[in-house]
Design a protein around this ligand. Sequence first.
Ligand SMILES: Nc1nc2c(c(=O)[nH]1)N[C@H]1C(S)=C(S)[C@@H](COP(=O)(O)O)O[C@H]1N2
Ligand SMILES: [Mo]
Length: 196
Amino acid sequence: MANQLPPGQFETEKWPILHKGDVYSFNKDNWHFKLFGEVEKELSLTYDEVMRLPKTISSIDMHCVTTWSKFGNTFEGIAFREFLNLVTLREGVTHVKIFGYYNGDRFGYSANLPLDNLLGDDSLFVYRWKDHNQDWETLSAKHGFPLRFIPPSSFYLWKGTKWVSGIKFMTEDEEGFWEELGYSMTANPFKEERYK
Ligand SMILES: Nc1nc2c(c(=O)[nH]1)N[C@H]1C(S)=C(S)[C@@H](COP(=O)(O)O)O[C@H]1N2
Ligand SMILES: [Mo]
């Protein structure tokens, strides 16, 4: 599926910036990553604890619902599945919501995703990236520093929460920020699932 242009998309060389609200400014002292919802025991990780988790490097195409797609991206980060090793899920967990900052609200942004699709190398909490125009570079504040989720390329990029703050584990699917405003729950660009 690499380098495949979904219907209604065009290719861009540069990485555009798109979000609602303020750019979060990182403060290590009060940054935490929370694992909550349908887990036996909730967990709150510090920045150092998160950054000590095993690293994964992966190439993932990005498809934004505003019709740009960007190929040839290599990301370094922490795979979603590393966080699964830290909690015991209650029975029946099918979906997650990945939360992030929105205008100073730590859990103001979120995007829902099915758990089964997030277990591979292409499901990453990213802190640096490169492409054919540029060597490794730390993620900029506008792209989500210190940590931002990049979803598998079978999801539109709004499922990629910037300035992440936690993962909520759920036994039912639940709307996130854009889904409440009418965007698709499943968001597969190859099926052009843009709106509900
Ligand atoms: N916290 C947060 N994450 C967010 C958003 C946002 O408004 N706030 N916008 C989403 C949308 S709609 C898109 S298209 C991508 C854009 O990521 P980029 O600016 O790095 O290209 O971020 C997603 N993640
Ligand atoms: Mo978007």
